[in-house]
Design a protein around this ligand. Structure first.
Ligand SMILES: Cc1ncc(COP(=O)(O)O)c(C=O)c1O
Length: 362
């Protein structure tokens, strides 16, 4: 009999998202829980975005501008790139899919540092591409190991900088040397979902490297520093040819109307982004010092989340924290069985996290 489900999808395990608060309430009746599991903005959405969305609610009977003209124009100005080199997606997640569906042929190779953001693997595997892994070194992306893994079949390399889930970042100079060492027909995707949070001045965006490496794609999102994860809007930079190719298969109205309106306003909300960065930096400082006091190991981060090593193991820690109404992310699915990942919250959320952690460990 003919196969119903494509072979590459048959054994695919769905992407495991952080548990939503509503689901916890539905399943366990726990109210007043806090979620520190999906690296969202603890301050909420950009106030300018909220205001713009409220003002434009009356227009949602219309289809959005499929070309995202205004948003691309504003991004073009901000990043000093032509509009023709910008694509907007239903979250940067969508653009990750578009890259794979546009450029990869089944059986071509994709190099993934591991562990990294799980979506790359899901998309490539589901599509039928061949994954080649390059393990991290001391929790950081190992560029020499990636170079060693390159073969004539290598088509795409995904690099998340800073890397989810380890929070470690590559320096701009390392990246530039790496790109120059690659064969010229390899596509490099630099996913910078968390780049706004990086505090090390040597860590920089690869946007400036776009000129010297024609097959570079840089991805950004409004989901983290701008607090618009629920709207689903992200963007990418690449060569005109690559953008034009992805546009051929992109859904015509992929970025919804309110998302475009919100993103456009959020780009002007420097005050909110600054406040976000302060909350994250202060939160990290306080969490690190509390963990030092408790005596738990953790990884310092360049992002708004970080890994904590737990003596109970990831799953047990996650379950015990969940019963207390604190949602964290167990790291088994990333192959880090002794680690949980937490996102930095508001001061009171961080405090509750620490108190709960001490309680479940005692
Ligand atoms: C590394 C990385 N890239 C992309 C995304 C997805 O971003 P978006 O909400 O824009 O789809 C995430 C979300 O957690 C992420 O961690």
């Amino acid at each position: 009999m003919r196969r119903l489900v494509r072979k590459s999808i048959e054994n695919l395990i769905p992407y495991p998202p952080g548990k939503p608060l509503e689901e916890l309430q539905r399943e366990s009746g726990i109210v007043g829980a806090i979620k520190l599991a999906s690296n969202e903005n603890p301050l909420g959405p950009s106030p300018k975005a909220i205001m713009a969305i409220k003002e434009n609610l009356n227009n949602i009977q219309r289809y959005p501008d499929g070309s995202c003209y205004d948003l691309r124009q504003k991004l073009a100005k901000k990043f000093r790139l032509p509009m023709s080199r910008i694509i907007v997606g239903n979250g940067s997640d969508e653009i990750i899919g578009l890259i794979v569906y546009t450029f990869l042929s089944p059986d071509e190779e994709v190099i993934l540092p591991t562990p990294t953001f799980l979506l790359y693997e899901k998309v490539v595997e589901g599509f039928g591409g061949k994954i080649v892994t390059a393990p991290l070194r001391d929790f950081s992306i190992d560029l020499p190991a990636i170079l060693k893994a390159v073969t004539p079949e290598t088509k795409i390399i995904f690099i998340n900088n800073p890397n989810n889930p380890t929070g470690k970042a590559l320096k701009k100079e390392e990246l530039s040397d790496f790109l120059c060492s690659l064969p010229p027909d390899v596509i490099v995707v630099l996913d910078e979902a968390y780049i706004e949070f990086a505090t090390d001045p040597k860590v920089g965006s690869a946007v400036e490297l776009l000129e010297s490496y024609p097959l570079l794609v840089v991805l950004r999102t409004f989901s983290k520093a701008y607090g618009l994860a629920g709207l689903r809007i992200g963007y990418g930079f690449a060569s005109e040819l690559m953008i034009e190719s992805m546009n051929r298969i992109r859904q015509p109205f992929n970025a919804n109307y309110l998302a475009q309106v919100g993103a456009l306003a959020a780009l002007d909300d420097d005050e909110f982004v600054e406040e976000t960065l302060t909350v994250i930096r202060d939160g990290l400082e306080s969490l690190y010092s509390q963990l030092d006091r408790i005596g738990l190991k953790y990884l310092t981060t360049q992002t708004n989340f970080f890994l904590i090593k737990t003596p109970l193991g990831a799953e047990e820690t996650y379950r015990r924290m969940l019963r207390e109404g604190v949602i964290v992310r167990p790291m088994e699915s990333f192959g880090l069985n002794d680690y949980i990942r937490i996102s930095v919250g508001l001061p009171e959320e961080n405090e509750r996290f620490i108190k709960t952690l001490e309680k479940i460990l005692s």
